[in-house]
Design a binder for this molecule. Structure first.
Ligand code: NAD
Ligand code: AHE
Ligand code: ZN
Length: 375
């Protein structure tokens, strides 16, 4: 197949809020510096739903969504040296080139080597898409487009992982779970004995809880409007669960009263700007850090009284948990293989790729953490 276009199954997003169409697309061979990957398993992240709903300012249509996956390299383009056909890989929407200002900085993973192109849904070498339907181009998404049996990614966007790792499990390390863990370890740097509040108990929020518990946090307060999320939160390490609907007061006030001055660390894992404010305002007076993980809809802005910052709270955020993808994703896979994580517990559903629209319905209904689709 190397060097030739491949016709395969993919889910095409034709426009905002339209169901995906599972159909045959043509995937061109990888250009210079590119890698064609046969996707073995792909999960759905809330960000795919957000983009499909037309809420992402970078969302382009028609496109092929998907960014949480694992697969096997089918072929590589000219000049590619870090992977070869047959390697097992995880596509990474946060690229890593190792050479740009961001890769060289110890505190950032926001590689800029290909970001301008992945944001426009095209490849860097020629500014074009590798996907066509009936001869017409279909945009890439986040430099990954994993809702396709075959996809083409930049070499900077593909992490080589242990060939023995189960692809239908470690696909989750391509986004949500890694993001939650990294937000705790890399962004907030949660210390033993500290107090933590987590807003939103999807896969991202639960991964924050798992990591906070492992980091030795002594108090982990889990917050969600959907009480069916609380059992899992406790299993992952929450010490208390709070439903804002059970209280008349604003949720930040509830948390401040529970903890006297607020929590050392708070995490917003929803994408709701009011909750981002609440999370900041229940961070501890004097030193509390609040981490924004959730992705808010186009046009949304955050606000608070500046006094909240004057009195020592810090407001920050994270993309992919701060992990330098190609360097650190292989280590996350190794940790999984060594039994050090609860990764399997985030997978609540398994389906065939053709059922992708049903999987989106489950995500919207709040009935699933992660649904893994296989071809
Ligand atoms: P999810 O939809 O599975 O989980 C969100 C949870 O928030 C649900 O349990 C829901 O009941 C709860 N919720 C909704 N509104 C609430 C409110 N007002 N108060 C309390 N709880 C509320 O989503 P997910 O896949 O876990 O992703 C969470 C967010 O993180 C999304 O916005 C996603 O786009 C974002 N995300 C960001 C990154 C990053 O790198 N920054 C990576 C992955 C995901
Ligand atoms: N493209 C949007 C924002 C989307 C966004 O913030 N994406 C997160 C990852 S979500 C994964 O589920 C992210 O890492 N952003 C950093 C980046 O470089 O994309 C917009 O507002 O334009
Ligand atoms: Zn994601």
């Amino acid at each position: 197949t190397a060097g030739k276009p491949i016709d395969c199954k993919a889910a095409v997003a034709w426009g905002p809020k339209q169901p995906l169409e599972v159909r045959t697309v043509t995937v061109a061979p990888p250009g210079p510096g590119e890698v064609r990957v046969k996707i073995a398993a792909t999960a759905l992240c809330h960000t795919d739903a957000y983009t499909l709903d037309g809420l992402d300012p970078e969302g382009l249509f028609p496109c092929i969504l998907g960014h949480e996956a694992a697969g096997i390299v089918e072929s590589v383009g000219e000049g590619v040296t870090s992977v070869k056909a047959g390697d097992h890989v995880i596509p990474c929407y946060q690229a890593y080139c190792g050479e740009c200002k961001f890769c060289k900085h110890p505190d950032s993973n926001l590689c800029v080597s290909v970001r301008a192109f992945t944001g426009k849904g095209v490849m860097k070498s020629d500014g074009k898409s590798r996907f066509t339907v009936d001869g017409k181009p279909v945009f890439h998404f986040m430099g990954t487009s994993t809702f396709s049996e075959y996809t083409v990614v930049h070499e900077q966007s593909v992490a080589k992982v242990d060939v023995n790792a189960p692809l239908d499990k470690v696909c989750l390390l391509g986004c949500g779970v890694s993001t939650g863990w990294g937000a705790v370890y890399n962004t907030a740097k949660v210390k033993p004995g500290s107090s933590v509040a987590v807003f939103g108990l999807g896969a991202v929020g639960l991964a924050v809880i798992e990591a906070a518990a492992r980091a030795g946090a002594s108090r982990i307060i889990a917050i969600d409007l959907n009480p069916s999320k609380f059992a899992a939160a406790k299993e992952f390490g929450a010490t208390a669960c709070v439903n804002p609907k059970d209280h008349d007061k604003p949720i930040q006030q509830v948390i401040v009263e529970m903890t006297e001055w607020g929590c050392d660390y708070t995490f917003e894992c929803i994408g709701n700007t009011s909750v981002m404010r609440a999370a900041l305002e229940c961070a501890h007076r004097g030193w509390g850090t609040s981490v924004v993980i959730g992705v808010a809809a186009a046009g949304q802005e955050i606000s608070t009284r500046p006094f909240q910052l004057v009195t020592g709270r810090k407001w920050t955020g994270t993309a992919f948990g701060g992990y330098k993808s190609r360097v650190q994703v292989p280590d996350l896979v190794n940790d999984y293989m060594a039994g050090k994580t609860m990764l399997d517990k985030y997978i609540t559903h398994n389906m065939k790729f053709d059922q992708i629209n049903e999987a989106f319905d489950l995500l919207h209904k709040g009935e699933c953490l992660r649904c893994v689709l296989t071809f």
